[in-house]
Ligand binder design. Sequence first.
Ligand code: ADP
Ligand code: ADP
Length: 226
Amino acid sequence: DLTMRLNGLTKTYLKGTPGEVQVLRGVDLELRAGEAVALVAPSGAGKSTLLHIAGLLDKPDEGSVEIAGQNVAGRGDRTRTALRRQDVGFVYQFHHLLPEFTALENITLPQLANGVSEKAAQDRAMALLDRVGVAARAKHRPAALSGGEQQRVAFCRALANKPRVLLADEPTGNLDPETSDQVFGALMSLVRDAGLSALIATHNMDLAARMDRKLRLEAGVLKPVE
Ligand code: ADP
Ligand code: ADP
């Protein structure tokens, strides 16, 4: 049961110039439903490039991105945007919540944009907040939340529209080690509940060890880490 398949992805920046850099040289990846995969990459290895291509924010030079069996990498910008909003959730090191809206609203708004009714959107948002232990903070704006709470809310927002794939880039990288541990646990429980596939970039090998398997991006290809 494959959620995402990346096949033969290549990407070169500044092709034909002295600054040419071949970042991806044939990336293959299969993510099964319910699986969390750690992506370990030294800085500059092309982690962001890979996450952006997998998340349909950027196009590869060659290769395919299949989500639920459909090749979507080569589609037009509008189609890719629509697919991204429905099928992909993103989490970054910083929460990127909208500062003028409450936690609840930050999770409700993307659902309203996708045509979900206000009542259903709020119910889902509260259920997600409850799952990660911040339901009591639902009416607070991001600035009134701790760093760990902000990230928990960002995870809920990423899952608001029930994506098939979660892509995360150092989701706890901004937190102290103890908070990072707890907040990562909250993320994993959301991932497990939703049964989605997660590709989570991290430098933290303790967190990587809590995922189902680990891959290293090196010299433009993905290799299993023992
Ligand atoms: P990482 O996220 O692993 O640090 P990136 O994917 O951001 O790596 O970048 C990989 C390499 O590609 C780096 O050498 C970076 O300088 C280069 N790069 C990234 N984006 C661009 C771009 N838009 N134009 C030119 N070079 C880029
Ligand atoms: P919206 O316009 O509804 O905010 P988008 O379709 O633009 O949503 O983006 C969907 C997701 O992709 C969001 O989670 C957003 O954070 C992320 N995203 C959009 N553009 C970029 C970008 N240039 N770099 C990184 N992430 C992006």
